[in-house]
Design a protein around this ligand. Structure first.
Ligand SMILES: *Cc1c(COP(=O)(O)O)cnc(C)c1O
Length: 400
């Protein structure tokens, strides 16, 4: 039984403090080692981290400065930008974080927004085919690449997208910013696309104490180009600039922090999966008997997927089962009054964002993304959520 005071205690959305208490001695030791050798850029921890990431991702890993830079470097490595004076087109899901779209424009290409599937938020192959055909008919930009997004931690199926893209001469980049550590069909994220990028932003499943990211490549030649771009386009000789690059390096201190966090990452992933299963079981039992002004759908995961559960995101409808931003917002307010924080990932699809509107086709063009933006709500999710807190959150959802 929880007491009244416990029931009112605010719950953290993400509990980084619990993890830091657990890891503090190892993190202190790792940071002290960097202060000792003083190689703050390209220190030995960066190489050590790359070896560890490569082992987990099942392919070679290059550590970079952030998940956004990882995406930009991946596009540059594939030469995406312009083809014979025409701008390249890159297909991206509209229901994503802004970085996925922004890097396309930074590379000099144009984004073509694609809808997602309603049940698992992943790229919709039918919508991709329609947008591709429309672009081919219209001419103008040159279809060059697709960026898929493993939204909330669930990896995109490798096939049939790989076949579809190969038969049309398109490259595939997997934006796995939220899914590092996840698997599909037993294969780890990192090896599920020719080029995969991830983020170690503090709130991601594997988080640094600042910005950090990585690029995974199944082709050694591409991995070498990624390394060169990360270091201003240098060849083996530092002052020999052979291609356009940038400063995309990972700080040694962040590598040191990540090495400490990797010692418990598999345990934390298992804990996240247990929390997700705990939510789904409780919410499934509750939804049948709910007399609330909202109806909820728990996230759907295919059986061959082991998600990294970056977010646990519900879809909310009104009492009659219709999509409703009002019902979603009422549920959020109801939870907030009980000290339970929520977040909306994401409140506006990219094709309707002011910065990207010129590249989209306006309201109504990607209906699933638009409706999801009104329906979704993410619940507190981290490896240290206990059973009584899950009870408290799920009881609150089930009682108006
Ligand atoms: C977080 C995130 C990024 C960007 O990663 P940063 O490390 O913050 O630059 C890119 N794409 C998606 C889907 C993300 O969630």
């Amino acid at each position: 039984m929880t007491t009244v005071t416990e029931r009112r205690q605010p719950i953290p959305f993400i509990d980084l403090a619990a993890q830091s208490r657990r890891l503090r001695p190892e993190i202190d030791r790792r940071i002290a080692a960097v202060l000792g050798h003083g190689r703050y850029v390209n220190g030995p921890e960066v190489e050590e981290l790359e070896a560890e990431l490569g082992r987990l991702g099942g392919t070679s890993a290059v550590a970079v400065s952030s998940g956004s830079d990882a995406l930009l470097i991946a596009l540059l490595a594939l030469g995406v930008g312009q083809t014979e004076g025409r701008r390249d087109a890159v297909f991206v899901p509209s229901f994503t974080f802004t970085a996925t779209a922004e890097v396309v424009l930074l590379a000099g290409a144009v984004p073509v927004f694609v809808d997602v599937r309603e049940d698992d938020f992943l790229l919709d192959m039918g919508s991709l085919e329609r947008e591709f055909e429309a672009l081919e008919r219209a001419g103008g930009a040159v279809s060059r690449a697709v960026i898929t997004v493993d939204l909330f931690g669930q990896p995109m199926p490798r096939q049939p997208l790989a076949d579809w893209a190969a038969s049309r001469g398109l490259e595939v980049i997997s934006d796995a910013a939220q899914s590092f550590g996840a698997r599909r069909g037993g294969r780890p994220v990192g090896s599920l696309a020719a080029l995969t990028t991830t983020s170690f932003y503090p709130a991601k499943p594997l988080g640094a104490y600042g910005d950090a990211g990585a690029v995974f490549s199944t082709e050694p030649a591409v991995a070498e180009v990624v390394r060169s771009i990360r270091e201003h386009g240098q060849s083996a000789d530092r002052y020999d600039i052979v291609r356009l690059g940038m400063n995309g390096r990972l700080d040694t201190l962040q590598a040191a922090v990540l090495l400490a966090k990797l010692t418990i990452f598999e345990q934390e992933l298992a804990a996240r999966r247990a929390v997700a299963a705990g939510y789904t079981r409780r919410l499934g039992e509750a939804s049948a008997s709910m007399g609330t002004p909202w109806r909820i759908d728990a996230p759907v995961c295919e059986p061959e997927v082991e998600s990294s559960w970056a977010q646990y995101t519900l879809r909310v409808d009104d009492a009659d089962g219709r999509p409703s931003a009002d019902a979603r917002d009422a549920l959020r307010a109801h939870l907030a009054r009980a000290g339970i924080p929520t977040a909306v990932h994401y409140p506006c699809p990219m094709h309707l964002q002011p910065a990207y509107e010129p590249y989209g086709r306006g309201p109504g063009s990607l209906p699933v993304s638009e409706t999801l933006a009104e329906r979704v709500v993410s619940l507190p999710m981290h490896p240290y959520l206990d059973e009584s807190t899950l009870d408290r959150i799920c009881d609150r959802i089930a009682t108006a």
